[in-house]
Ligand binder design. Sequence first.
Ligand code: SF4
Ligand code: SF4
Length: 143
Amino acid sequence: MLKALLEAFKNLFKPIRTIDYPARDITLPQGYRGLIEYDKEACIFCDKCEKVCPPGAIVFYQHPEGEKEYRYNPWVCIYCGECVRACPKPDEALWHSETKQSAAFKEDGVNTEWFEWEAACKASREAYKAAKASAKIQNKSEE
Ligand code: SF4
Ligand code: SF4
């Protein structure tokens, strides 16, 4: 007990090793992987980024007309860079910015919205697949 108190007292006079982020800004190290940026104009919608993402931070919504809509969750992202590595158009369609992730607080409710979005994306794909399959059957029966 006395040893622990002594250690705690000694630590009071040692330099602080932690940074009060995000209250204080930090200098980014070289090669820092920040938030993922996306450009729809350059994207070829191959879905590779979505498939390789370990935590599922990128999902595409499938519109019935065929168009896909990108969505990214920075609070789910682990900044591994796999999506950028897998992208056939790195630095054009997908890249790491130097923008830092902002701190998420419980009251933000960020993931509640995300889970709803994920479920909607899954449902949109299933509906799209089913519509395509049924159109195929109809075309065959008309032949
Ligand atoms: S950096 Fe990693 S976790 Fe983040 S979106 Fe890309 S693949 Fe997913
Ligand atoms: S991997 Fe790149 S090109 Fe393919 S869907 Fe993702 S952002 Fe678009």
